[in-house]
Design a protein around this ligand. Structure first.
Ligand code: ATP
Ligand code: MG
Ligand code: MG
Length: 557
């Protein structure tokens, strides 16, 4: 979808263009390079890029890299890759850190205007004197330092004269403001930390809430779109733009965060999963990162359609995981070839089929999409079927293979089970069947009917493959409605919610025609669901398949 559904931000933009308040729409997507992008970010990306594009405007990709402790070039790289892969093109690639000089100068301007001061209180003391929602905070004893002293100390901070935490620069606003964000917020802190972009040039770094409005103003952003947790920051955002006398005046608008059932959308938590090796990296197919979803087998189209359908609103409800899955099924339905794979194989010998014979069946690649053409599937005396498709003692209404029963082999013949071969421990190792040549698929045979159809792979040409079946990483009922929990304690407890059965690895076989599949090839395996060739563990001749999603869903749009 090239445009957004009707929404409140679109109304604002339409008005702003009509009234001449702005001539061109400029938005930005401003990730902090402290982790990989996740499905929640896809909403922010989509909103920023699509809204600008539908009004002929443009969007910057800006790295909000003002906190060097957590940032890394690995993230800078992955974020660019993911935004591109999702199908969006940025106008300019920017780094907030490129504006450090200008930010410093604007901070000096605030000091000169008597709007900022150097505070010697510790971070803890500042927090304690901030007050609460119900009670005002108290002024710092350093609040009335002279402009000259403040300028000198700020320069000293910049020149490395003080250690981390010894001093901060605070905006001088109002310690009794009902909005706590306006109670003399910290705007610069000391951190003797190497920065991925500016190296050792700086040992003071601007706080996000101060830096962000300046970044927007510097880039001429007209509409600064962000998620709802920044709503309370808006008054300070406007204060910064005004008091710093920025020539361009951007405005902030907030939309609801995207939360998906059983899905973590906090980089902090996702990073913990990676660091503590609960997953095999940021792109583990169970991760809700864009790279994880890509490796699992999601397509950009499916993600965009899903995001579109969740819309833009101010509410932050939790979206059904089934809705996300619905969109990948929809996208692959007509695109993915439908082939056969046997996951837990059991050998079947067709005793009346000649040993030195084989034949090929012509099979449609996708019965719902004839344009995908046909392929050849071999058949011979020995085949593999699923262990689940045979039972020695079947329960009621079991229509698959059991002694004495006849089933249809998909695209081939009817076979009937005559004998069960077991090993010394009594495990079934092989089934002996006979086939009826009259029943060949496509021959129009109607003399008798069978109730079960099962799939199979010709044993003589079967290609071994591995199948990885996933369940959500987080147990049901747990989602991430995370807005602002910063406590270490919280981070630990979500680890208790990890599903210990999120990955099952199964060995089996695929059709010989699939032996040259390459990573990211996608298939629908008869009865098993949609699968994607894994880009990390596949080797030539031995593909590993990730199950993207099973076939069935109770989800209704
Ligand atoms: P985290 O808190 O997990 O580190 P973040 O929100 O700080 O994530 P940023 O890199 O700062 O991550 O986010 C870039 C943009 O993406 C921000 O504008 C933010 O509002 C938006 N965003 C992040 N998570 C979501 C989400 N779940 N739904 C919608 N937008 C989101
Ligand atoms: Mg952030
Ligand atoms: Mg955040």
């Amino acid at each position: 979808n090239p445009s957004t559904p009707s929404n409140f931000i679109k109304n604002v933009i339409t008005e702003d263009l009509k009234s001449g308040k702005v001539k061109e729409i400029v938005t930005r997507f401003p990730p902090e390079p402290n982790g990989y992008l996740h499905i929640g970010h896809a909403r922010a990306i989509w909103i920023n890029f699509t809204l600008a594009a539908e009004f002929g405007g443009k969007t910057n990709l800006r790295f909000d890299d003002t906190n060097p402790v957590k940032e890394d070039t690995e993230y800078v790289k992955s974020i660019q890759e993911d935004v591109k892969w999702l199908g969006f093109e940025w106008e300019e690639l920017r780094f907030a850190s490129d504006y450090f000089d200008e930010m410093y100068n604007r901070a000096v301007l605030l000091i000169k205007k008597g709007k900022a001061f150097i505070d010697d209180l510790s971070a803890d003391q500042i927090r304690e004197t901030r007050g609460t929602l119900k009670s005002p905070g108290s002024n710092s004893p350093y609040r009335d330092r002279s402009v000259e002293e403040n300028l000198e100390l700020f320069e000293g901070m910049r020149d490395g004269k003080f250690s981390d935490g010894a001093k901060v620069l605070r905006a001088k606003i109002d310690m009794s403001s009902p909005n706590i964000n306006l109670r003399d917020p910290i705007i610069y802190r000391i951190s003797h930390t190497y920065h991925h972009n500016t190296g050792d040039k700086w040992c003071i770094y601007p706080m996000y809430a101060f830096a962000h409005p300046l970044e927007d103003a510097i880039e001429g952003i007209t509409h600064s779109l962000c998620s709802l947790e920044f709503e309370d920051q808006r008054p300070f955002y406007d204060w910064v733009v005004a008091e710093c006398e920025m020539p361009n005046v951007p405005h902030q608008y907030e939309f609801g965060r995207l939360n998906v059932e059983q899905t973590l959308t906090s980089k902090r938590k996702l990073k913990l999963l990676v660091d503590e090796q609960h997953v095999d990296g940021w792109d583990d197919p169970r991760m809700p990162t864009i790279s994880g979803l890509r490796r699992l087998g999601y397509t950009p189209e499916a993600i965009r359609n899903f995001i579109y359908e969740t819309g833009i609103s101010k509410t932050q409800g939790v979206v059904d995981l089934q809705m996300q899955e619905h969109f990948i099924r929809e996208d692959l339905k007509l695109k993915a070839p439908r082939t056969m794979a046997v996951l837990n194989p059991l050998k079947v010998v067709i005793t009346n089929y000649p040993e030195d014979q084989n034949e090929w069946f012509e099979v449609e690649n996708n019965i719902e999409n004839p344009e995908m053409g046909n392929r050849q599937v071999p058949f011979s005396r020995e085949i593999y079927i699923e262990q689940d498709d045979f039972m020695e003692v079947p329960p009621n209404k079991y229509f698959r293979l059991f002694p004495g029963n006849e089933v249809r082999l998909k695209n081939a013949y009817f076979i009937k089970c005559n004998e069960v071969i077991k090993d010394e421990e009594g495990h079934v190792v092989e089934i002996h069947c006979t086939y009826d040549p009259e029943t060949k698929s496509g021959s129009g045979f109607t003399a008798r009917k069978v109730k079960g159809t099962i799939h199979w792979i010709d044993a003589s040409q079967a290609v071994p493959a591995e199948f990885r079946l996933y369940e959500p990483l987080i147990k049901a009922e747990e989602s991430d409605e995370e807005i602002d929990e910063t406590e270490e304690k919280e981070e630990k407890t979500f680890l208790d919610q990890i599903n210990p059965n999120s990955l099952e690895i199964v060995q089996g076989f695929i059709e010989p025609g699939m032996k040259d599949v390459v990573p990211q090839d996608k298939f629908q395996f008869f009865r098993h669901g949609y699968f994607n060739v894994d880009s990390k563990y596949s080797t030539p001749g031995h593909p590993v398949f990730n199950r993207i999603v099973s076939l069935k869903s109770s989800f209704k749009m």
